[in-house]
Design a protein around this ligand. Structure first.
Ligand SMILES: [Zn+2]
Length: 349
């Protein structure tokens, strides 16, 4: 990269290094320093705290969670689905429910948006994380894309789209039966709005496309970049959103979920399943996924994050506490660069 090019690109992975000083009881009460970083998201400017602590997740008792879930009513199991779940108004979805292969997409009875669906993966009450392959995930994601496209066609007021996933109760899911939550609305959520504002600001100040610069810089630095699979680019997030580092995916050529093709979905599921394989190796049995999209915002691109979720200690404490809840500040115990090597192994089999 020549100097002129360097000058032109003002994308910055800014971090401030700091440390805590204390007399450490595990080191004979000697003076010790715990380093940490405050990182600034290159797109939004949002900050997050990154530590490097010796943390290893313990394997949760998945069988117990599934057992407990079977003792309470599951509206998504075949015996209940037809009777206990709603249907779409005929003017929106004439067939009432969208069916794609094994997946069924219904309206969300606990809606988050003007248009809110639930895509139930299959008849199976529980899909173990080991079985979340492109094959088993394809129908539900395809149903979401189909639903959002139809919503976009019928409601010209919606401009913001997302496909979301809470896998297992630890990630916030009230129902173990695997399901996605596609949403479409007129007002962007905070996270999407901050992305859009960041893209516009970057384009205005630099007269360049943020995503191209971002991908170029991640590849050049080669600290967090994982792989390009077809139309998708995968990297560890510079400012992780979660307790353990998350993985992000960008479609640099896709303006909107409306444009996502079958091949695009396939490469996304490929990267997603590889990321989940890594989570499993780390005893992570729960996660959140969000795919963010606008309808036609020129500087924005379809992108996604996959966040591991866990109970950090055996008492079952949440991995979201006052920093995230009250300060909107992420807190991560391992630097993304430190776990990247393990992800590279699953991304380059
Ligand atoms: Zn069920």
């Amino acid at each position: 990269m020549n100097a002129e090019r360097e000058m032109a690109m003002s994308l910055e992975f800014k971090k401030i290094r700091s440390h805590v000083r204390l007399m450490n009881p595990f080191k004979g009460h000697a003076l010790d320093e715990i380093p940490f970083e405050i990182r600034f998201d290159p797109l939004t400017g949002a900050t997050g705290r990154v530590f490097d602590l010796p943390f290893k997740a313990e394997k949760p008792d998945v069988a117990d969670i599934v057992d407990r879930s079977k003792k309470i009513f599951c509206p998504f199991c075949p015996a209940a689905l037809e009777k206990s779940t709603p249907e779409f108004p005929k003017d929106l979805i004439p067939e009432g429910r969208i069916k794609v292969g094994d997946a069924t997409l219904i309206p969300n009875l606990a809606p988050f948006e003007k248009h809110a669906g639930v895509a139930i993966f299959s008849l199976e009450h529980f899909i173990p994380m080991e079985n979340l392959t492109p094959e088993t995930m394809r129908d539900a994601f395809s149903a979401c894309l189909l639903y959002l496209k139809r919503v976009a066609q019928s409601d010209p007021l919606v401009h913001f789209f997302s496909i979301n996933w809470n896998y297992m109760p630890c990630a916030g899911s009230s129902i173990v039966h695997a399901h996605l939550q596609p949403n479409a609305g007129e007002v962007a959520t905070n996270a999407l709005r901050e992305q859009i504002e960041g893209c516009r600001r970057y384009a205005r100040e630099n007269r360049r496309d943020f995503w191209q610069d971002f991908i170029e810089e991640e590849k050049r630095k080669n600290e967090r970049y994982l792989k390009t699979i077809g139309s998708s680019v995968w990297a560890m997030s510079f400012v992780p959103a979660s307790f353990l580092p998350d993985v992000q995916c960008v479609f640099p050529e896709r303006l909107s979920l409306m444009e996502l093709s079958k091949d695009d979905l396939e490469v996304f599921l490929e990267g997603l399943s590889r990321t989940l394989k890594h989570f499993l190796e780390e005893n992570i049995y729960s996660f959140n996924v969000s795919i963010f999209s606008t309808k036609e915002e020129k500087s924005h691109r379809v992108n996604a994050r996959i966040c591991p979720r866990l109970f950090p200690r055996p008492i079952g404490n949440s991995d979201i506490a006052y920093p995230q809840m009250m300060h909107k500040e992420s807190f991560t115990v391992r630097p993304p660069e430190a776990v990247r090597e393990k992800l590279l192994q699953v991304f380059t089999p």
